[in-house]
Design a protein around this ligand. Sequence first.
Ligand SMILES: [Zn+2]
Length: 505
Amino acid sequence: MTDLLIRRARLVPVRGEVTVQALVDVLVEDGTVTQVAPAVERPDGVEEIDADGRWIAPGLWDQHVHLTQWVEGRQRLDLSGAGSVEEAAQLVGQRIAERPGQPVVGWGHRSAFMGRDGTTSELDAVSTEVPILLISGDGHHAWGNALALSVLGLTARDEVVRENEWFDAYPRVPDIAGRTDTADAYREALSAAAALGVVGLVDFEFNGRLEPWVERWHDGCDLLRVRWATYAAGLEEVIAAGLRTGDALMGEHGPVADERLTMGPLKIISDGSLNTRTAWCCDPYGDADLLEHPAGLPNQSGAELRALLGRAASIGLEVATHAIGDAAVADALLAYADTGATGSIEHAQLVRRDDVRRIAELGLRASVQPAHLLDDRDLTEKVWPGRGDRCFAFRWMLDDGVQLALGSDAPVSPLDPWLAMAAAVHRSADDRDPWHAEQALTPAEAFAASVDDQPTVGPGSRGDLVLLDDDPLAVGESTKSTAAALRGMPVALTVVGGLVVHRAG
Ligand SMILES: [Zn+2]
């Protein structure tokens, strides 16, 4: 942890606290802010940076990231624009023509935009010579040719691989295209996040083990704070290591203690997704006649969910429960209440009004991804008709006292907190009016939900800071112009524990 003196900065009042209007100096010592005052004396040997009147605030967090997929996705064939199965297959064919003999790993297609799922035989028609594996934009299924299925050890079929079967197969993707999760690739992705003002993230990568992050950290991927989440498959390893949420992953469990890399929650994926119509809902989907499960379904029984929550609670682990449909949210809340587990509901995309109040009563966080609403708006009107008023219900959540924590679910949407804030404020990706504007947040509310619950910078604050060229709480003439200003926010400096991790060129 490092010392740093930032001079002549303007404090961003994070939760409306009244603050001095004058420019202040901010001194970070040993990783923590020790002084905030108009003229702080510089201790010997401490670096001094002139903020020149810029705004200073706690650094930004992305509370929901699949970091390996984000790092690898940056290197994959982008199929997010494919409007049909045929178009996706054609893009794969082009890629093979450009790079003959090379396996293809693609990313980002959405069955709902394509009208249907692709089949194995349609990709076999493109190539039987190289493996082709296309991972859906929500990460909940993969569409492969027969060779790719065989390389992954999956049984032959003429359809996509879904949910748990796919999550189990995901760690074998390097068998197809080699490793793309190199330390260099991580460093590059973390630097890009730091350039946006990100100081920390929660990593929900599937089936992660402890060792990779510890190794990666020693390979120089130690730029930001990382909370590493385990899944049920890794729970015994975490228990054996004696790790509770908040503990440093290293220290007694590795060669170097570093409080920036810590144990996060146990992650449970309790239901599916909207895109695959597998999120578990109280009412049937709009196109229920096409579905095997008309209202989606839970990924595990209620007893299994409670056993996991109870186990985690008994050993000091928080639980992050993915629940997208309203039935999944309701059942997860009952399970938290039954077991005394703490933590978060991840996504909470469709909620019943009363359940929002229960989230607050149980003291759980709502870890939400506003940028998903930009993509899901039209799909929601189609598959959850008449339920749009209960989607991404951020206003209800704040009204009821729920602690909101914004994230991206990268790679589902880009690892960019400004995009999340903009989506929460404006709720539209195009020229249309905001989608259910009554659920929109102000910039101040969106910003407060993006800083890991940290207050206005003051003595005792974490030395995790951003310097911004503009006021992030400014309200423009319209929510559209406010959102545009957030998306273009220039970040001059990002600091983690007193250490500069980004400096604008
Ligand atoms: Zn996720």
